[in-house]
Design a protein around this ligand. Sequence first.
Ligand SMILES: *[C@@H]1O[C@H](CO)[C@@H](O)[C@H](O)[C@H]1NC(C)=O
Length: 99
Amino acid sequence: MATGKLVVLMMIMVALIVEGSRAITLCDMNDDGLEACKPSVTQPNPVDPSPECCEALKGANLTCLCGYKNSLLLPSIGIDPALALALPPKCKLEMPPDC
Ligand SMILES: *[C@@H]1O[C@H](CO)[C@@H](O)[C@H](O)[C@H]1NC(C)=O
């Protein structure tokens, strides 16, 4: 019987939907901040960060952001890690020295 498989599949889908709609927080940046920065950290045509993005970045934990530079998490949410790490200097923010 395929019913068992179907139930599992539905449970996975529900889990994904719940996961997807949950507000993401990345290194003390909330959903709105990430959204504001998104055009600046996505290929192929990154733009200069908006004031909203820089504001959000000011409250972000940049040490934590450094930890994501080789992570697959950023690409999986559409963020280019190289662009993400280049962002704070564009907002005149210092990256941690050991980044
Ligand atoms: C920033 O993130 C780092 C690494 O995750 C952590 O050790 C540190 O406590 C955080 N700093 C603040 C201010 O939350």
